[in-house]
Design a protein around this ligand. Sequence first.
Ligand code: SF4
Length: 456
Amino acid sequence: MGLTGIQILGKLPKKNCKECGYPTCMAFAMKVAAGQAEITACPYVDPKVVEEIAEATAPPIRTVKLGSGDYTYSLGGEVVLFRHEKRFENPPPLGTYISSAMEEEEISRRLSLYKNLQWDRVGVKLQPEIVFLTEAGRNSKFMDLVKRVREELPHVALIMEGSTASLEKAISLCGDFKPLLYGATKENLEDITSLALDAKVPLTIVAKSLDELSELAERALQKGLKDLVLDPGSRGVRELFEDLVIIRRSAIKKRYKPFGFPVITFPYRYAEDYFSESLLAGLLIAKYASVIVLSDLKAESLFNLLVERMNIFTDPQKPLVVEEGIYPVNGPDEYSPVVITCNFALTYFIVNGEIESSRVPTWLLIKNTDGLSVLTAWAAGKFGADSIAEFVKRCGIEQKVKHRKLEIPGYLAGIKGELEEELPDWEIIVGPREASGLPALLKRVYAELQEMKKAS
Ligand code: SF4
């Protein structure tokens, strides 16, 4: 059972010194109880109490970290079964495998995919973050592969499978960049657990059934290894899905320790083609994979999976937003149309997409409405004439254009007069209600502005 804020407060020194970043010990205790602050942020708590509180407030699924510094990836750390109950915490890293037995050409192809398949979406970088390296054949080739991946893909976390002796050497090649070892089985559990303990790296337990998985995880825990990842070794899609649900339910509802760890999955084991594999990977993002290893990286599938992941691992209580500011679309200049809308991400994507497809150089003004859509923001007083006028004056668009034509969303037609009073130098153009009508309007306004440019 977790501790309440009051129980945690009782264990704090109550100096109210603010060194933890919170105004009072009480505020800090409440945040720790809610899982929004680490007890270690208070430098005055006795280490024994730190351990006690950390244990009592730890999520039922342990957070296991890979990599280091800017490239630290957290697996697990989940506290709910369903996203709407709170939120899912740590998005499962995606990637593919590389075997040291592969031809040089294939290894290079796979490495280059990691460098090329990267996208920027709402200011978030989407890319594959893990690679599963397998030792096959000569030990030296595996070491070369590990070195090469570390050099060429410094941002990618490593999962490594090989003999215990090879894994020991490979860990030393990673320095402080923490890899995940794969996999402890009935046969090698003792040796590989000792290696993981000595090297302080996480270890994957690989079993043929949930009973075996539980037994092996229990043994690893008894040896003192706390950072585990589970591979239930399911034999079919249905069994995999059932196993993942059982593991998650046992950990969260029953606090069953041996299953309180992230789970690694390999959708290609259950799929006949890449399309089916991608569909299954999509399912696993939602329920309940912590790491997903694909057979290959293909842009058309990977992008969709990363976007799905981004959406599922957002906080459902907070709307997805884009930053307030001026967004140039299609290379605008001083005589390009100016369009304003709210910062609800979906609205931004739709409006931006329509402007891009129109090919009209345009300045897109995004005003912060706390992620509310146009009409809701207007109703909430966040997108009315006064606040739009204030933003237009403040954002710097008046220095970027030589005209004064501002296009507002069609749903705001009712504030046109009021906005003209607030912005007397500007001509307010009421746009279409649906963004699909934007290209036609932009082309007309652009033509007018080009005439103005010629005349100037
Ligand atoms: S640092 Fe510790 S003592 Fe100081 S306010 Fe925070 S919780 Fe209280």
